[in-house]
Design a protein around this ligand. Structure first.
Ligand code: SAM
Length: 471
C-alpha cells in the first residue's frame, strides 16, 4: 500500500499508486477546469503533488502546454536568476561487477579495457581539470568491491581536494557511486563530499530487475532506499535521476516526484538536484534497442514540469545532450550543466578525446571555454560557485534560504566573483572580454547596496591576485 512515510521502496514508490495517478492523469488530460486549477496552484511556486503534475504531463492542449513552458521559464528566473553552475564528471574506474544492460561497463563486456586511476593519475586528471577552470567535480565509478572499495573512493576524494595547481582548486566533490551502506555514506560525509548522486535508472520494479539482471545493483529495494541511508548518515544533499529511455516516461516522472515527496516527508528536505540523462550510444550499447526513447519535445516538457513541480530542486543536464537541446532545456529550468566533459577513465590528460573506456558518447564536445562563452552570449552567467556547502548551507538550511528568496543575495555576487576568477585565470581573450562586460552589467543588478559594494571590492582583490571570496 502507498505510504509516503514508509521506509520500504515498494511502499513509497508504490506501483499501484503510480498506475492510479497515470489513470487519473489520462482521465483528466482534457479537463480544462482542473488543469487551470493545477496551473494556478503551480503559480504559487510551492510545487505540485505527483498526481497534479502527472495531469499536466498528460495534457497536450497546445495553449496549456505553452502556458506551462512560460511558467517554467518564469519560475526558473525567479529562483535561479540567469546563473548556471558549471561542473565536470571525473571517471575514476570502469571496473564493474554489475550487469546493467544499458551501460558498457557491464561485467560481460570483455573487450572494453578496464582501468582504474592511481592516485598519481587522479592528481594529473584534477590538474588538467583545474587548468580548464573547473572548481566542482562529480566523481564516477563502476561498482566493484574489490577494485573500487569505499577506501579507494575516499582516497581519491582526499587526493582531489589536496591538488592545488596554480590558482586552481576543486572546492566541491559530488559523488556518483553505486548504492552502499549507511556506514559508507557516513564515511563519504566525513570526507567532505557535496551531493551524493544516484540515478534510479528506472522506478519500475519489474523492468528494473530485467535491466539489472546480475550483480548487487539487481536489488531494487536496496537501490531505491539508498537515499534514505545516505540521509540517515548525515548527507544533506542528495541528487535523484532517471535514465530516460528505459521505461515509459510518464511512469518515471510520476515515481520521481513520489521519491522527492518521500524524502521531504521523512527528512523534511527534498532532493538537492534532479538529473535527466537519456540513453546514449556507447561501446556495445545501441540506444535503439530500448523501446522507450523520448523525443526532444517530450524531454523539454519533462524538464519544464520538473521545474514547476519541485521549484527548489536544482536540475542538471550533462553533455549527453547537444548544444541545441541544452539551450532549450536550460531556459526551461536547468540550473547546473557540465562542460568540457570526458567520460573515459583518464580522459582529461589525453590531447585527443579517448573512446576506449568511454561510458557513453558525448554530444556536446565543446571545450569549457566555448561553453562558458556560449552561455554568456545566450544570456546566462556561468557560475563556478561552491559557497553554499562550504558555508554549511546544505539540506534544510539551503532550502529555507532558497524559499525565502534570500539566496539571491549570495548566489548572484558569488557567481560574478567566481566568474571573474575563471576569466582572469583560464579564459580566452574573447570570453574574457564578454565576461568582464557581463560582470559590469550584472554588478549593477545586485539590489542590496552593501552586498554590491563588498562584491565590487572583492572583484578588485581578485584582479590583484586574491582568490576564493564568498557570501
Ligand atoms: N555505477 C554507479 C551506479 O551504479 O550508480 C555510478 C553511476 S554511472 C558511472 C553514471 C550513470 O550513467 C548511471 O547511473 C547511468 O544512469 C548512466 N549511464 C549508463 N549507461 C549509459 C548510457 N549508455 N547512456 C547514457 N547514460 C548512461
Amino acid at each position: 500500500m502507498y505510504n509516503v512515510h514508509s521506509m520500504k521502496a515498494e511502499e513509497f514508490i508504490c506501483h499501484d499508486e503510480v498506475m492510479a495517478s497515470l489513470e487519473y492523469a489520462d482521465a483528466n488530460k482534457d479537463n480544462i477546469e482542473l488543469i487551470d486549477s493545477i496551473i494556478s496552484k503551480a503559480k504559487e511556486r510551492k510545487g505540485l503533488s505527483h498526481r497534479e503534475a502527472s495531469v499536466l504531463l498528460a495534457c497536450d492542449i497546445p495553449e496549456k502546454v505553452q502556458e506551462l513552458y512560460e511558467l517554467a521559464e518564469q519560475i526558473k528566473k525567479d529562483f535561479y536568476g540567469n546563473r548556471i553552475v558549471m561542473f565536470a564528471p571525473l571517471y575514476l574506474s570502469n571496473y564493474c561487477v554489475n550487469g546493467c544492460v544499458y551501460c558498457p561497463y557491464h561485467i560481460k563486456n570483455r573487450h572494453m579495457a578496464r582501468k582504474k586511476l592511481t592516485q598519481e593519475e587522479v592528481a594529473r586528471e584534477v590538474t588538467a581539470l583545474q587548468d580548464m577552470g573547473h572548481k566542482r567535480l562529480a566523481i564516477e565509478a563502476g561498482e566493484d568491491p574489490v577494485n573500487n572499495p569505499i577506501e579507494y573512493i575516499l582516497e581519491c576524494i582526499d587526493t582531489i581536494y589536496k591538488v592545488k595547481h596554480k590558482n586552481g582548486a576543486i572546492r566541491r566533490v559530488n559523488v556518483n557511486i553505486a548504492a552502499t551502506t549507511e556506514e559508507n555514506y557516513r564515511k563519504l560525509k566525513d570526507a567532505g563530499i557535496g551531493t551524493y548522486i544516484l540515478f534510479q535508472e528506472t522506478y519500475h520494479k519489474e523492468s528494473y530487475e530485467k535491466l539489472h539482471p546480475t550483480g548487487p545493483k539487481h536489488d531494487y529495494a536496496y537501490h531505491t532506499e539508498a537515499m534514505d541511508r545516505a540521509m540517515n548518515a548525515g548527507i544533506d544533499d542528495v541528487g535523484l535521476g532517471v535514465l530516460f529511455g528505459l521505461e515509459l516516461y510518464r511512469y518515471e516522472y510520476c515515481a520521481l516526484l513520489m521519491h522527492a515527496e518521500h524524502l521531504e516527508a521523512v527528512f523534511g528536505v527534498g532532493p538537492h538536484t534532479i538529473s535527466v540523462p537519456r540513453i546514449k550510444h556507447a561501446d556495445d550499447i545501441d540506444p535503439s534497442a530500448f523501446d522507450n526513447a523520448i523525443s526532444d519535445e517530450i524531454f523539454c516538457k519533462i524538464a519544464a514540469l520538473i521545474r514547476i513541480a519541485v521549484p527548489y530542486t536544482g536540475m542538471i543536464i550533462s553533455t549527453r545532450e547537444s548544444e541545441a537541446v541544452r539551450e532549450n532545456i536550460i531556459r526551461l529550468g536547468v540550473s547546473q550543466i557540465s562542460g568540457g566533459s570526458r567520460t573515459s577513465v583518464g580522459g582529461y590528460c589525453e590531447d585527443e578525446r579517448p573512446h576506449d573506456t568511454e561510458q557513453f558518447d558525448v554530444s556536446d564536445t565543446r571545450s569549457l571555454d566555448d561553453v562558458v562563452n556560449w552561455l554568456m552570449r545566450i544570456g546566462y552567467i556561468p557560475s563556478f560557485c561552491t559557497a553554499c556547502y562550504r558555508e554549511g548551507r546544505t539540506g534544510d538550511r539551503f532550502m529555507s534560504l532558497c524559499k525565502s528568496g534570500q539566496i539571491q543575495n549570495c548566489c548572484h555576487p558569488n557567481a560574478l566573483m567566481t566568474l571573474r576568477e575563471y576569466l582572469n585565470d583560464y579564459a580566452s581573450d574573447d570570453t574574457k572580454r564578454i565576461g568582464n562586460e557581463l560582470i559590469k552589467k550584472e554588478l549593477a543588478n545586485i539590489s542590496n547596496g552593501k552586498v554590491r559594494e563588498i562584491c565590487r571590492d572583492n572583484l578588485i582583490k581578485i584582479d590583484e591576485g586574491m582568490r576564493d571570496f564568498r557570501f
